[in-house]
Design a protein. Structure first.
Lengths: 388, 388, 388, 388
């Protein structure tokens, strides 16, 4: 093994590589969270964050992980015993289901094979069958971080609308926001859940809820107990640029810097870059003679690619060799995919040459692990990068 | 007004001045939270944090504000409808009471005048009266950040014990931990609540629960709904140095650095420094001819001093002048103390000369605001600093 | 002794306290010094630096200490055996004289008592006596860092002009630039020498020469050997934003940030702030019953104050006590002033409360060292800060 | 063109990519250069730097660029009119020759074709011919940054010894130190010249001279004028951990961190890593069907590789395309190589995957520029990285 030198390749699907200006912004001195400078910062941020969600409405920012933002979406809109419709698209959808149950909700969980997104037809069927409108909310993970499969939110929205069903639409964009095209308002989402450490290019520590008018109405009658997560006092204090608790000032410094970076590149360009990098990555996988886990090309993720190995290979062994030999972190197979897949993150602050280095490392690691691969894989990826 | 130059004087009672090595530690690149380097970091931290709480037991670290840690303490140990005993020692004790009620607990709230801590005799009386042992927990704020008054935890513990009452003892050390002598194990506390941005000298964004064996037992039968705050999956994952969600890596970098700084100075020296600075501050207040809000000298806070002005003066005007003219932030009067007091934070990473500058600024600001003060106040403070 | 906590008080007359934004700017990744981004940076800097010198002409920036900038001024304008006129205003003027001699110049050194600046009458006399115009240059230290005495450059310029003497005027502004009013063009200075670590609020590592037209003419016939310091290749490469060697990129990042800070405050406000802080410091010294070293109030330095102790006291003992007890660095007595004076730096990024803390520390340190002082000194300083 | 995101690829042969810990170290507050903490830092550094040069003798550190260290080597050891022997190995050797002449030395300059190092036989011949021992020094560039060719110092030393000639041996290791095996003492070098921004992984701003006993003796009779560069006052002040001028404190913080990184990896491992990366790079160049500029495989540089294009191609166009499309900086052709070569830096803080990304970018850039290349080049490089 070669002793580590140079920059670590952090190619998991989040946390992503934090840009230097964001890291340095975070190192600025903490200020009084009740003073005028903080209010200026917060008022600016609270506006500037909205376009990233594709909303003109409020975005609540929590000191929390993404799981906290999941919980916030549920406790602010639902009551004990409420029925919710969820889908087994992968590991994180399953964890979110578990959380809903622990909080006292009744989850109708549509099984899945972890290679496909939510089927809008199933949404239509389930809601059509719910003539009593017992289902209070539909929970969808936009981009399953465990599988690299996206769900088609506009089609799901259409299915709900076509069924004339009043259920709320709650969408987890934890690994898609700021990486994959997403439109809270246009797509009629009621609560969008996100966090800092993926496309927003920040360290972990911030959770987000973008909130529709309909969700705010639901809040007024929602009876799940809540205090920390309650939107109401946050939204009220936010009016003046403050928080009802001590906000995570230094991460907010970083958020401002990250939003400026996204604005500078332009969201459309950011999404196009992610699409291109994902395409190059899939070209490599196919060129190697391996399979992309995602089974439906309409649902390819532009944020990460899960690579499926044959049963004779151990994906974690591949990851370990790559970490030891090439100082690169890749995502492990989670839950039922343990040992079967590894995941390549290509989201956040990334460029062509870092992706080329990443794919070079994967190719060499597969070879070292005894997985037969055609080196034309890397060449196919470069072809995409060079010409697209 | 003089345009700002030099370092801002952040003399609120938290967030405190973050030491440069901590800020720079936070700016290190984020790493894989499932990789071996993270586990090394976390295992080290989870041990190193214990002595700061005076415990040999586990400490749960959350990505949250201190209010999140309040909520965690309640939902992990209590069930809907449980009765708890709380004390109106000030603004934050009142907010914690409100939270308990919102979460579905029944709070017996002992009124107070916001100038005194919890009276151990009242604890004894209330518990003695509760022969049915309906009170599940006693909630105490160790150091009331809104008033600069500490409560005497060992005497409260003794009162509980003397009453032979099984109630849990939950203690908020948000503005005392790492600044004022505190002993989770020795004092028989069940859950100690803390956060990052005070004596721990970090930016806001981390909440803490130190947990006794008895609290862990209570957890197993506690029925308040919980997911994000649940100790169980955290403690289980912590065994191997991991978290059940993405942990706030960069703030944890800072925590390691902050713990090293506390170890280097030594906790006893840290506490003695805070005592000395508090004594100097009170000497100044008295020398100016003003009153310390805290009415019982056994309960003086070593972390902050609230200064009570006569009714003819507006404490917020004093604060505004000091901010505008001397670029120093002081704490405002909260709740019923609005306009009547200002608070001088003297906790965290602070030295004699910064305190001297702070007190100089307060003295000049009082004079500029038309509050008659005897300039011997500052001189009395220096006398303490020079000789103690 | 109290273990160090809080921020060190760096109150020597340079290096000064570097503002956080400057430190963080320096931590940005180094870039290609031959690429377009570097040229953009350099072209911007090379314009933006000019007003700080009060010039519309070129400023050469070296990777060097201030002594390097001294050498540059000499070797670019003079030839072996040239006669120069210099003045014993203090330690640094003496060192500069030594350097001139080592480089092969003949120095006419006017003796001084280290408590006064250059006497314009003496300049007039010496130049009048030099009817052959053998004196090629007059070397003046604008602000003697060892004594806290300034020399009156406009009067010196007038003396040269009145004598009708063609000598160049070389001025060291190492501890005055960016702190004390200075005007390269208006005052007819030929080479202004400066460095980064004083009023420019940067770490050490950059030296500067502002260069007049007349100095450029002198360059063409100057025969002292030179390569590294030669202005010509620098000025030529600077036209396009480049350097003939690898420039100190990261310090230049810091310089840009520092110049933005100076622009934001405004040079006039910066100078007024320094004047005010110096006045407050002298008020303290007099109030304590001690003497300011500078003997002529027209020559008081707004950048530092040297405090003269009676012979029965050891100034270095005072400094040592202050460093040990209060974590503050003060300037030592240099050369013939060793043990007799200590120097308080009040230049660069400084505000009222840090100065108040500084003077508090000096007062306490004097008391601890057994130097009898009247505590009214500090009070007198606060009076200045509060009212001016 | 794709808007820049991700980390810039700085693959010029210096400045190199500065490791994050070094950048953060540099952002620490500047301290008193005359205080005890500085002395501790300097005394530690001055010892710790020696093994990097392969010496047990003193190393002088200047605030300067590498050209400053060239000048220091000359003015400390030589006198006006002294004859020196130098070799046209490339652009930098030519610049050093120019400097020597400007300082008043007489240079015997052996012509070269910029594809080979110094021929030890020519050294032998020239010195043998100099029976009067008029040649005072032999000037050799160890690793020509403009060509990627190293000179064989031990053979040159042997040639001098075999000739029984007393000339000093002055060696420029600007782009080899800390990257390519080098031994000041063992190889009998008298002055080794280096700087910070290459293998030492620092920003530019520090120059170094390692000094032999013989060089120190030469110093005592050397008569080139010197002040700033004079070793004597530096070495004297260094004894106590100080400098005769204000040292570049923040870059020294970075130097300590960089030396710790080199120690952690181990110099032997550092050199082996550079050898391996250079071999992979040459494998790519050959695989592409292009030529390495270095004509003698004994003289291949492990720090950089200059790639020679056919006359029908413009190397600067290739570089421009690579910068625009892939955000990577490569070295330009200097002097007579302008437009004919581009240079790939593979020195400093670098790992396999960054090199793979670098070579991917070069391959794609060549293709985009219309230079026909065989994509087997990259594959050949990966083969080296995977198996070596």
């Amino acid at each position: 093994m070669v002793a580590p030198s140079g920059r670590h390749f952090l190619q998991i699907p989040g946390p992503t590589n934090v840009p230097d200006p964001v890291l340095l912004a975070i190192a600025q001195p903490t200020i009084d969270h009740r003073g005028p400078d903080f209010a200026d910062l917060a008022l600016d941020l609270l506006q500037r964050i909205r376009p990233v969600f594709g909303t003109t409405g409020p975005v609540v920012i929590y000191p929390s992980s993404g799981t906290g933002a999941w919980e916030a979406a549920l406790v602010n809109t639902l009551s004990p015993g409420d029925r919710v419709l969820a889908f087994e698209t992968g590991h994180f959808a399953t964890l979110w289901r578990d959380m809903a149950e622990r909080l006292g909700l009744v989850v109708e969980f549509v099984p899945g094979d972890w290679r496909r997104g939510v089927d809008p037809l199933v949404v239509a069927e389930r809601l059509a069958a719910d003539t009593a409108h017992a289902i209070a909310a539909v929970m969808v993970v936009h981009n399953e971080t465990s599988t690299g499969v996206t769900s088609r939110i506009p089609e799901i929205r259409a299915a709900i609308d076509d069924a004339g069903h009043p259920a709320l639409l709650l969408v987890d964009t934890i690994s898609s926001l700021g990486s994959i095209d997403y439109r809270h308002d246009e797509w009629g989402v009621d609560v969008t859940i996100a966090c800092s450490q993926k496309g927003l290019m920040l360290p972990p520590g911030l959770g987000f809820n973008a909130v529709s008018e309909k969700a705010l109405s639901a809040h007024s009658s929602a009876r799940l107990p809540k205090a920390y997560w309650d939107w109401a006092p946050v939204l009220e204090a936010n009016e003046r640029g403050y928080y009802p608790y001590t906000p995570p000032t230094n991460l907010l410094y970083g958020l401002r810097e990250a939003l400026l970076l996204l604005e500078k590149e332009g969201l459309a360009a950011v999404f196009a870059r992610h699409d291109r990098h994902a395409e190059a990555t899939r070209a490599a996988v196919r060129g190697w003679g391996l399979d992309v886990l995602c089974a439906d090309e309409r649902e390819y993720s532009s944020a990460l690619t899960a690579v499926l190995l044959g049963e004779e290979h151990d994906a974690d062994k591949v990851r370990r060799i790559i970490l030891d030999r090439f100082d690169m972190s890749l995502g492990t197979g989670l839950g039922r995919l343990a040992g079967r897949v590894f995941r390549i993150g290509h989201l956040g602050d990334l460029n062509d040459l870092t992706l080329a280095g990443t794919l070079s490392g994967v190719q060499m690691g597969l070879e070292l692990a005894g997985v037969p691969v055609d080196p034309a894989g890397l060449q196919a990826a470069l072809e995409v990068l060079r010409t697209a």
